[in-house]
Design a protein around this ligand. Sequence first.
Ligand code: C5P
Length: 402
Amino acid sequence: MQTLKGKHIVLGISGGIAAYKSAYLLRLLIKAGAEVQVVITPNGKEFITPATLAALSGKPVVSEFFAANTGEWHSHVDLGLWSDLMVIAPATASTIGKMAGGVADNMLITTYLSAKSHVMVAPAMDLDMWAHPSTQRNIATLEHDGVEIIQPASGELASHLTGKGRMQEPEEILRRVELYFSRNESLKGKRILVTAGPTYEDIDPVRFIGNYSSGKMGFAIAEEAAARGAEVTLVAGPVSLQTVHPRIRRIDVRSARQMLEAAEEAFEVCDAAILSAAVADYAPEHCHVSKIKRENIDGLELRLVRNPDIAAALGASKGKRKLVGFALETDHEHDNALVKMERKGLDMIVLNSLRNPLAGFNKDTNQVTVIKSDGYEKEYPAKDKRDVACDILDELECIEGF
Ligand code: C5P
């Protein structure tokens, strides 16, 4: 099936040994129906010839700012506008660094800087170069800028060393490209509320009760929902994460009460809410106006009062709207999750067990079991939280009446 029919893809190739695989990737993209324009760096041409790439793509390969024979200027701006997706494979440490720093000294980087489309990067380098703090810093910068990183695989490298740094296989890159285009519109017209992160309950001006939630799961859900076309309201507790997608409206809050207020207001116009925040169950009855002094008291008793249950509050008035909650349990996970789903009026609960070392707070991975109110259940393997976000949204999209 021509899954990419009519799609304009800019394939950027930089100078790494994995460039030989780019010819095969190009072939796969063309076979899937895409129109592909290759942009190659000067070093890339040392690894694969423009003649091969031009023959496979049916278009002259762009590399220099000016055509050698005619002196004609190649417009990276036009290319940037033409592209529906830019894929840079392989991306060397140098290209990644230039992208992160905006060093526009070749056509690939100028095209990247003018691209209005989504950009994917498939890094390829030796394991030590990949692990180097500067590469990791640059990767983090690109992620912050909204670039999708196709993480390199582990295995044998061109240096004959073994480790992480191999470019993903062309079939896997094609799968990510197809996924990008297939997910693009599935939530168009839907409005989704996501809560994320911890809440902080103030004790005095310098102390609070909080928890280890990083907000990564909720932020990944918000990004994925927006990428699928939804209008997203993200109510976030105190976290150090950035939002990237322009369709995410972010409301920062601190306490459970503030989160309830913001969530209730946003939920009124939403079709669904996904409540991934780790809301503190209790808050100090009073927040001291000035810092509690150690020398004034021997022991200290804090009276805590129950916080509102945001999920239960939204569940009580949800009508046809769908509600997804999370359960993080240390024991009797399954039974507790079922009770929680019923009590809070959820349509679906995402269970992650703290027993699994790949699940839980402040990790990049999660391992979940999805349970729905109609009795459906599915246990997923441990995955990157961004992939878990895809699974959760796929499951939400399948709920009848959504
Ligand atoms: O009861 P428990 O905290 O385990 O429930 C977890 C689910 O309920 C999560 O979806 C969480 O976001 C939500 N919750 C909430 N308000 C609370 C406590 C939990 O919305 N006060």
